[in-house]
Design a protein around this ligand. Structure first.
Ligand SMILES: [Zn+2]
Length: 309
């Protein structure tokens, strides 16, 4: 099986921020950063990110400073330090989901709360990476408010990047669930599937699934492919990874070599799966199907496979 290398960085990677982990537990520095009107804040409202120029088709992240930042912090939701810009300006995320009308927290014409995935292909890559970081971290903070060990409310630590249970002393860290995603190849063809869960009707994409306790990534690839399609997989090699905060995953991308060809679908997991040639995928519309969205690692796996011959 030829090794197919990643041709370019995946969307949502390449954040320009220095995570500055050593600052998270420096109370003097953090107090000054919180009081600094030059600090920048990206608000997240019910999973949506604040952007401007969305309707013009040129979306950009909105980072609030000064009084506008103070207003969103007063709303009282969880916040966290994301990191530092090159010029050392701190960047924070804050969750404002408690507000019914989040626009009322903002100065007029501050932008709109927008689904990151819907516009990710149009955002500057730096902005997409910062907003993905903020979305993932705020999702964890708003969905893990109680101690998994004893059930008591937890308190933020490390500038919002971990929590501590005051009742039992357990520390909690942000969750990122590993998922494998794989393009299965046999000769000149690749195996793509269609699921009812896909955002685009008639979209065919790479197979994917969560890694389970007690298995390697390679074993997860082989198990998921067999469960969904009945195809046996031999050699597996790594391509690239991608943060996927929709809501809490990291996608681990692989190519896999099929040992068998016959497809036996598991209807609970997948509606259809077929072997496609490069030509069919290049002309997907003419063949009556759609390929995955441009922000996905699935699309990157498919494109790098097409370019490999
Ligand atoms: Zn506890």
């Amino acid at each position: 099986m030829p090794v197919i290398a990643a041709s370019r960085p995946n969307p949502y990677t390449g954040s320009p921020l220095d995570r500055a982990a050593h600052r998270r537990d420096d109370p003097a520095w953090l107090g000054a950063a919180l009081a600094d009107p030059g600090s920048q804040w990206t608000p997240v409202w019910r999973g949506r990110s604040l952007m401007r120029s969305v309707t013009a088709g040129q979306p950009e992240a909105v980072l609030l400073g000064g009084q506008a930042a103070a207003e969103v912090r007063l709303a009282g939701g969880p916040w966290a330090l994301l990191g530092l810009h090159e010029d050392a300006a701190p960047v924070f995320a804050v969750d404002v989901s408690a507000a019914e009308e989040p626009a009322l927290l903002l100065p007029p014409d501050s932008g709109t709360f927008t689904d990151l995935r819907a516009v990710a292909g149009l955002l500057p890559p730096d902005d997409a990476a910062i907003l993905a970081h903020a979305r993932g971290l705020m999702h964890w903070r708003t969905h893990h408010r109680f101690c998994a060990n004893c059930g008591q409310p937890v308190e933020p630590r490390s500038a919002g990047n971990s929590t501590l249970c005051p009742a039992c002393g357990t520390q909690h860290f942000p969750r990122t669930d590993p998922a494998v995603i794989m393009l299965v190849m046999r000769g000149e063809r690749a195996l793509l599937g269609h699921s009812a869960r896909f955002p685009i009707a008639n979209m065919y994409s790479t197979l994917a699934g969560f890694v389970e306790p007690g298995e390697s990534l390679e074993e997860a690839v082989a198990r998921e492919v067999f469960e969904e399609t009945g195809v046996r997989v031999g050699r597996v090699h790594y391509h690239s990874s991608q943060p996927w905060p929709f809501p809490a995953s990291i996608m681990l991308g692989f190519f896999a070599e099929a040992l068998t060809e016959a497809i036996t679908l598991d209807p609970a997991e997948i509606e259809d799966a077929r072997w496609f040639t490069r030509d069919e995928v290049r002309n997907a519309t003419a063949h009556g199907f759609a390929v995955p969205r441009s922000d996905s690692i699935a699309r990157r796996l498919i494109e790098d496979w097409m370019d490999s011959a």
